[in-house]
Design a protein around this ligand. Sequence first.
Ligand code: CP
Length: 327
Amino acid sequence: MKPLFKGKHFITLQEWTKAEIDTLLDVSKQLKHEFYSNKDTTYLKNKTAFLMFFEQSTRTRNSMEAGLAQLGGHATFLDTSKMQISHGESAKDTATILSSYGHGIACRNCFWGVGNKYLREMAEHSTVPVMSLQDDLYHPMQGLADLMTIQEVFGETKRVKVSIIWAYATSHKKPISVPLTQILLFPRYAMDVTLAYPEGYDLPEWAIEQAKQNALDGGGTFQITHNMEEAFRGADVVIPKNWGSWVNNQSDAVVDDLLESYKSWKCTEEMIALGAPNVKYMHALPADRGNEVEDSVIDGVHSIVYQEAENRLHTAKAVMAMTMGDK
Ligand code: CP
């Protein structure tokens, strides 16, 4: 397998053309098939990548670590609190040195106003591809897996009605990067996208403008509502998920009066019943069960969250296989 995008940074899918994303999806599907067929997939034999995490992770860390092992390479997990970063070492020095030791650098840094800039600074100084494992603005690995899952379920994505809906949660103040990535990506695939959220949970204005432009360019549509039920009505896919009020309020506090006033924004069986008869429930996970969603929905027949999570493995492998190669 040729690394067709050798050296290309993977920080936002907005910087990847549709043809390039289609190739990543084709490779993901091939790798999924080969995984189930127990085929040798050592396309990155002896290649190494460093996985830097400023935050917790289950899916992202393990899909990357397992994925690179399955490709014949090795991933080193780096807890940044144990690195010299915690003593102030710069992104430039970290990236320059790690890139001299291996073939890829991946990083999760979701600090508001910091994460994306940090990844960009590393990319500027790295001689190997820098892959985002989520930042304050984007989660491209998640977006790619979500798109793969929707394609698997629906085939043609044109006119698939997808609603990205804010939901109440108290587990932590979640980044905006998942919904922001989805509103940018799905209209490029001609989906009819609705973004629903209560007042105060806006996404950045530049992202809304970009989503509208992507819809114009890609044949999709994009609309915003502040009415939760309207977003569920007739939807083929619902993605009810919490995100923090970062755009309007940069406090790290998880629970505040604004959040508590929107407890009713929950994905219940009644809400699912408003969707298309075969509506699919998606969530990047981890879900705040009982707050964002009722157990009977996430564990029910409409839920495809485990397929979505599994596809994180196949898409992560595709990104690594296509961007990492011989030095
Ligand atoms: N969806 C996702 O990124 O999961 P983790 O936070 O567990 O990596």
